[in-house]
Design a protein around this ligand. Structure first.
Ligand code: NAD
Length: 247
């Protein structure tokens, strides 16, 4: 078993997942970097020490089993699971095909279920931690995000289930709800009007940065949060604390 604590970070090829990987490495952890975009993952992992790039899809059970098996084979332990891989989709219920609905649910919800379930036997051995990445879209409805918002609301509940069920094994489960961050995922769907509306609705008047979300994730994974479980932390510039509507 490696002396270094080991984290699995899904969606690690870019954005919030890559920032979390860099922070974990700086804190001395080893990281299994999971992403279904094999080329971007390899670029992200090049030159990093104590990483294992795993080009797998979190929504496919056989690939999730491979993530756990290869992480254990390489590092010998799993201390933290960060369920960060996600896809965005904009559309109200009348315009959202079932195929689009399923695509969102497969990654954003099924992926969290599958990775968590597969990691539990290993997290029991380390009394480890799960951090699930939800969104402010899972806290407040909008006219634009039926699939994405519903998937993220389910992730918030799934986190509470995990905390309730796994506490007896010393496993903690918490959730982060980021506000808008200028990643590829967000900028593919955020129009200039939406960007302006967010600036107005967020008390800090700006988008967040990837590492501002990563620091919250790393805290929840760390021993500093040893008595924190079942919680949701919004890292959103104060958005959720106001009553202003979601763009
Ligand atoms: P991103 O698009 O930059 O990164 C997401 C990564 O996940 C990509 O590299 C992608 O290839 C990977 N991925 C997607 N589906 C996958 C799958 N099935 N299996 C494996 N890998 C998969 O996005 P981001 O903004 O860094 O998003 C990270 C998380 O943060 C997501 O869960 C997202 O919903 C959440 N979030 C983002 C924002 C934002 O404004 N950026 C706001 C709230 C929540």
């Amino acid at each position: 078993m490696s002396d270094h604590k080991t984290a699995i970070v899904t969606g690690a090829a870019r954005g919030i997942g890559l920032a979390t990987t860099h922070l974990f490495l700086a804190e001395g952890l080893s990281v299994a970097m999971v992403d279904r975009d094999a080329e971007e993952l390899q670029r992200a992992a090049d030159g990093l020490e104590r990483v294992l790039p795993l080009p797998y899809d979190v929504s496919i059970p056989e690939q999730v089993d491979a993530i756990m098996a290869e992480t254990i084979q390489h590092f010998g332990r799993i201390d933290c699971l960060v369920n960060n891989a996600g896809v965005a989709d904009f559309g109200p219920i009348e315009d959202t095909s079932f195929a689009r609905w399923r695509t969102v649910m497969e990654t954003n919800l099924d992926g969290v279920f599958l990775c968590s379930q597969a990691a539990i036997p290993h997290l029991k051995k380390t009394r480890g931690a799960i951090v699930n990445i939800a969104s402010i879209s899972g806290l407040r409805a909008s006219t634009l995000r039926v699939a994405y918002g519903t998937s993220k609301a389910a992730v918030i509940h799934l986190t509470q289930q995990q905390a309730a069920e796994l506490g007896e094994y010393g496993i903690r489960a918490n959730c982060v709800a980021p506000g808008p961050v200028r990643t590829k995922l967000a900028m593919a769907v955020h129009t200039p009007e939406i960007i302006d509306a967010y600036h107005d609705a967020i008390p800090l008047n700006r988008y967040g940065a990837e590492d501002e979300i990563a620091h919250v994730i790393a805290f929840l994974c760390s021993d500093k949060a040893s008595y924190v479980t079942g919680q949701l932390i919004s890292a959103d510039g104060g958005f959720e604390s106001t009553g202003i509507g979601l763009p």
